[in-house]
Ligand binder design. Structure first.
Ligand code: ADP
Ligand code: MG
Length: 704
């Protein structure tokens, strides 16, 4: 099977270098030089048509002339020659190619890339690249790349889509005190992509945390599935999350989605922690590779400086792990040996006089108390105690506590001695940072890790009572009329087929009709223009609400049509919708966008006319369990509005969660058809009173 060969490629026992150079400094020379400098224990076969020896190694004129088996070939010949070399490797039985050469898909040379892949498939070879820096592995003493030396050793393995970044990270590993087990450059991902490598790294002993730098995830569903199966923490830095991608979308949801929010939803679904930047990726991955996830919410801070203690408490709130007072029994224990002027509340302030003798019992007792789920140790360097002694005390306290399932991070603020102390700590398994915020953020990363894993373990049911056939029939009718926008009435009907609470309504095509429908529905009613050419009806003067009687209906019938014509003379007008007037309630927006890579994502947020200004929305990948639907309600800034503020009664959260649950199943089941949709607004009433959707929009995929 093709899949098995990935192992030989990522952990080769023998390597050929196709395109080795005799000139120092050239990539083809560096490749060999680096392999040798890294002290790779496997066999190395340089291939060069005329040279007989390079760097003391016997050179072979062609891949055929190598007498032994070859696991991987590093290819660094001009792009046009790559397919031919690949063919020769295939004939020789090489199991995988690391194609360093650039000039393929990334510059529009897709045919050349396809040609390479055809050959690879024909000979069952896996391909890393093209356009990669290579593979660096401390565990295998393998530097199959043109950058050197091997990174500072660590337990993080990094997969990067950018070669230049990987090269820089390799060097930066020292200044961040954050080492790597492996650095794997995936380049164009013509074959091996993130999903393949994370799957493989899950079984790699030296890797305790997987870090990704991603510009684009092409096969999104495969990524989610692969990441979901990985037991090790994964952290990702996604580049390109600015507004750019959100432009020119037709619906509210489209313009609110942007890449950032959809990717965040994807990472959540996949159980992947998101890094906010490069420094953050370093800091968090270091902690994730050395410490256990933080399983509860109780963070303890122990410090010798009040100021940094307060700063840390601020940071803790900012990063989502707010500090609470320690339980009384723990405080009492600490008081036994701390002086009266020390604070035992949290942060525990040992004061400036604290040395190992105060740190040791405080840390040991704090960490082993059942209330505490994670610990941050701070030290501000002064003239007194040696930071290295404090570092050793921290390690000793953790060991003596016997606790190994709660995370500990540290920060030493000071000069060279603090630097040395932190280096010692990291080398002894405790992540340490230059500033307290980073130590807190690292712990917050471990907290997120535990939360994500818990969320993944929960597998609830998906709503299954939707009438997909009914919805499809409505969509087919629109398609038969060459439409990719459903009328509002059709959109409401599709929503209703998944038991979503839509307001009662009907289409009127004459004044008499309008009166008749209004009487059937019962006054008061709302009236709206129905036109495929008008998306935002209010803008066109096409909405009248709270109409009380027949006279009002007659009047409104003409005025909405006239307004619409004045607004857009070319608009095709199908009639006027008469709709039950819904009581006003808390206005929310629901939406969906169908991402080409990841499938449909669901949006929920505060609605009303300010929705695009406030952008208080959250996304999740469909379909949702009822539990996830409930979680979504708490993810927006305005979440407290659902609980009732300023004397208002709490809103019907249960009904709202149920609506999200059904809606997510609708857009998931109909992902082939629906590209975007929204309900804007829906009103949420008091507890027990439910939800009402009064405006529905559905756009169909146009490429069907
Ligand atoms: P559009 O978004 O196309 O401008 P809507 O159908 O959303 O048009 O109507 C505009 C506003 O009118 C809504 O945001 C809502 O506040 C109010 N509204 C519309 N229909 C109703 C209704 N049936 N009951 C109560 N209020 C309504
Ligand atoms: Mg609306």
């Amino acid at each position: 099977m093709l899949g098995d060969n990935i192992h030989f490629l990522l952990q080769p026992r023998s390597i050929a270098i196709v395109g080795v150079s005799t000139k120092p400094g050239k990539i083809g020379y560096l490749l060999l030089e680096n392999i040798l400098q890294g002290e790779y224990p496997g066999k190395v076969y340089p291939i060069h048509p005329s040279a007989s020896e390079i760097l003391g190694l016997k050179v072979y004129p062609s891949i055929h002339s190598v007498p032994e088996e070859i696991d991987a070939a590093l290819i660094s010949v001009p792009a046009k020659m790559v397919p031919q070399m690949a063919e020769e490797c295939g004939k020789k039985g090489v199991k995988g190619l690391i194609v360093i050469t650039s000039g393929f898909g990334e510059v529009g040379e897709h045919d050349l890339e396809n040609q390479l892949m055809d050959i690879a498939h024909q000979y069952n070879m896996r391909v890393l690249g093209p356009n990669v820096v290579g593979i660096l592995s401390n565990g295998d003493r393998l530097n199959a790349s043109f950058i050197a030396p091997l990174p500072l050793p660590g337990k993080v393995s990094m997969i990067s889509q950018s070669g230049a970044l990987l090269a820089a990270l390799n060097l930066a590993s020292h200044s961040y005190r954050a080492g790597f087990e492996k650095l794997i450059s995936v380049g164009n991902m013509a074959d091996i992509d993130f999903a393949d490598v994370i799957g493989w790294l899950n079984q790699d002993e030296g890797t305790h945390c997987i870090a990704l730098y991603a510009e684009e995830i092409k096969d999104g569903k495969r990524f989610i599935e692969a990441a979901g199966k990985v037991s090790k923490p994964i952290i990702a830095l996604k580049a390109g999350v600015s507004k750019h991608g959100a432009a020119a979308a037709a619906s509210h949801t489209g313009s609110l989605a942007g890449t950032a929010k959809v990717y965040s939803a994807v990472f959540e679904k996949a159980g992947v922690i998101q890094a906010t930047g490069l420094g953050n990726l370093f800091n968090r991955s270091l902690a994730l590779s050395l410490q256990a996830p933080m399983k509860g919410d109780h963070l303890a801070i122990v410090t010798n400086g009040g100021g940094v203690g307060v700063l840390s408490a601020d940071a803790a709130e900012h990063f989502g792990v707010p500090v609470q007072f320690m339980p009384e029994d723990l405080q009492e224990e600490l008081r036994q040996f701390l002086p009266p002027f020390a604070s035992t509340k949290n942060p525990v302030d040992l004061t400036g006089m604290a040395g190992p003798d105060w740190y040791l019992p405080s840390l040991r007792k704090t960490l082993s108390h059942p209330w505490v789920d994670g610990l941050v140790v701070l030290f501000t360097e002064g003239a007194g105690h040696d930071p290295v002694e404090i570092a050793k005390t921290i390690r000793r306290a953790v060991d003596e506590s016997g606790v190994n399932n709660k995370p500990v991070t540290a920060s030493f603020i000071g000069g060279d001695r603090s630097e040395k102390a932190m280096k010692w700590l990291v080398e002894h398994g405790i992540p340490a940072y230059n500033v307290p915020e980073e130590a807190i953020d690292a712990l917050a990363g471990l907290h997120e890790c535990a939360k994500l894993k818990k969320g993944m373990a929960f597998s609830g049911e998906i709503y299954s009572n939707g009438k997909t056939e009914t919805a499809l029939a409505i969509i087919q009718k629109a398609r038969s009329e060459n439409r990719t926008v459903l009328s509002e009435i059709e959109a409401h009907q599709v929503f209703a087929s998944y038991q979503l609470p839509v307001a009662q309504m009907n289409l009127a095509t004459s004044e008499e009709d309008a009166v008749k429908i209004a009487r059937e529905i019962n006054y008061p009613v709302a009236m709206k223009i129905v036109s495929p050419d008008i998306l935002h009806k209010s803008d066109a003067g096409g909405v009248k609400v709270n109409i009380q009687d027949d006279v009002g209906v007659r009047e409104a019938y003409h005025s909405v049509i006239e307004n619409a014509k004045a607004y857009k003379p070319s608009a095709r007008i199908q009639g006027v919708m008469i709709q039950e007037m819904a009581q006003s309630g808390l206005e929310i927006i629901l939406g969906s966008v169908n991402d080409p890579a990841f499938g449909p994502a669901i949006m929920f947020g505060m609605g009303g006319i300010f929705v695009e200004v406030l952008r208080d929305v959250t996304f999740k990948i469909a379909p949702l369990t009822l539990e996830q639907s409930n979680q979504m309600l708490d993810e927006i800034r305005g979440a407290a509005l659902l609980d009732g503020v300023r004397g208002e009664a709490p809103r019907d959260r249960q009904a709202l969660a149920e609506v999200l649950f059904r809606y997510s199943s609708l857009v998931y089941d109909l992902a082939e058809e629906i590209s975007e949709s929204d309900a804007n607004p829906a009103f949420v009433y008091e507890e027990g009173q439910g939800v009402r959707i009064v405006d529905a929009r559905i756009l169909l995929n146009s490429n069907k």
